[in-house]
Design a protein around this ligand. Structure first.
Ligand SMILES: CC(C)(COP(=O)(O)OP(=O)(O)OC[C@H]1O[C@@H](n2cnc3c(N)ncnc32)[C@H](O)[C@@H]1OP(=O)(O)O)[C@@H](O)C(=O)NCCC(=O)NCCS
Length: 372
């Protein structure tokens, strides 16, 4: 019997060339062997998505074609629009996203995932997120714009006004940074669904469900909520000391794989200085104190800040309301999920791990039926 590994820690469950998290050295490598810090200054989200799907960066013609394809796929299908409008506007945005993506992917029979579908699903996420916000605010839904890039169009559909170039830049950078991250929980969920021969939308719905939790994508919102409770740099020490005494986890700290500083957090930390200067001050002091407390409590653990902590500050600076944070994460990661699903098709094997039986052996307990 193979050894039990709680949380599958250390278990190699797939081979992939989509991205690699080199936790020991604090490196994130995207498809083709590019370090995330080298890619971020030079690519847009569309280029990063193309790279994850194709394994190479697009030339000008291929990028134009992808932009055109995505712009043409921004409308919701009739069932998806119906599902969106049927939901109470105050429903958790991740529940709306999960439901509408499911309706968008509804078909008459099971279909094999294709690249075209991956592009179309990725293109429609901003439409769902934008409409979710507008409905929450009791405002008219804004129609997508054909002439805007992915990040700019998302801001346009949220606000119905020309997006500020800085906000587009900060959001686009976030989208590039979060697009893929090895075999994280939601990507694994997508690959598990794919391994059964299911369709692409089902894989993505499974991934959205996994991303929602506060130990994964929900951590960005949890980090921002924590910063809101702390309120100011001066209050950080008191708040964190008390929270630690209550055995609460600090949101945005710790990681299963990184054993040193998360390179994405480093980039966002720097960006946060200009994106949200006030919140940056509170966050910087919070980071300093939180790491001090964690190092004292767990001297043998790396205890580093993770991407969610600084993402919560940069997204705030880009004008994203915190209730949307997890859906924006999904809007980025959908290119990675679909790239993984498409990659897995070339060598599809049902993912079916074993479990260790900890119940009683048969025959030890008399079988007694209660009378009904
Ligand atoms: C991400 C996370 C789930 C990884 O956890 P992990 O490596 O499996 O670590 P464990 O859950 O086994 O925790 C190990 C110890 O470190 C502590 N620890 C880990 N992360 C902590 C945090 N953010 N705040 C306080 N303590 C933390 C645990 O309490 C535990 O202490 P104990 O042994 O005294 O009980 C965890 O760090 C966490 O919950 N972080 C907060 C949520 C978050 O930011 N998630 C986003 C991840 S990208």
């Amino acid at each position: 019997m193979a050894e039990f590994s709680p949380g599958l820690e250390g278990v190699v469950a797939a081979e992939t060339a989509v991205s690699e998290v080199d936790g020991a050295n604090g490196r994130l490598i995207y498809r083709g062997g590019y370090l995330i810090e080298d890619l971020v200054p030079v690519v847009s989200y569309e280029e990063a998505a193309y790279l994850l799907w194709h394994g190479e960066l697009p030339n000008e013609g291929a990028l134009d074609a992808l932009r055109e394809q995505m712009a043409g796929a921004r409308q919701l299908s009739k069932p998806a629009r119906g599902a969106l409008l049927a939901m109470d506007p105050v429903t958790d945005p991740m529940d709306i996203l999960r439901t509408v993506v499911s309706a968008q992917g509804a078909s008459k029979s099971l279909t094999k995932p294709t690249l075209e579908e991956a592009v179309a699903l990725t293109a429609v996420f901003p439409t769902i997120v934008g409409a979710t916000l507008r409905r929450r605010q009791g405002k008219e839904i804004v129609e997508p714009r054909h002439d805007l890039g992915h990040a700019a169009n998302l801001l346009w559909m949220m606000n119905g006004e020309e997006p500020a170039p800085d906000n587009v830049h900060w959001l686009d950078t976030y989208l590039v940074l979060l697009a893929d991250h090895g075999l994280n929980a939601s990507t694994f969920a997508a690959r598990v669904v794919a391994s059964t021969g299911s369709d692409l939308a089902s894989c993505v719905v499974g991934a959205i469900a996994a991303l929602k939790g506060p130990a994964h994508g929900g951590a960005t919102l949890a980090a921002r909520n924590m910063l809101d409770k702390i309120g100011s740099a001066g209050n950080a020490e008191k708040w964190l000391t008390e929270a630690h005494a209550r055995h609460e986890r600090f949101s945005g700290f710790g990681h299963r794989v990184y054993r040193t500083y998360d390179p994405r957090a480093k980039i966002l930390r720097e960006m946060a200085r200009t994106a949200a200067p006030e919140l940056h001050k509170t966050a910087a002091r919070t980071e300093e104190v939180a790491l001090q407390i964690l190092h004292e409590a767990h001297p043998d653990r790396p205890n580093a800040t993770n991407v969610d902590f600084w993402a919560s500050v940069v997204l705030t600076g880009a004008g994203i309301p915190k209730e949307l944070f997890t859906t924006i994460f999904a809007t980025s990661r959908v290119s990675g999920w679909t790239a993984h699903v498409l990659e897995s098709l070339s060598d599809l094997r049902l993912i079916r791990p074993a479990s260790r039986w900890i119940g009683p052996q048969p025959g030890k307990k008399p079988l007694q039926l209660t009378k009904r």
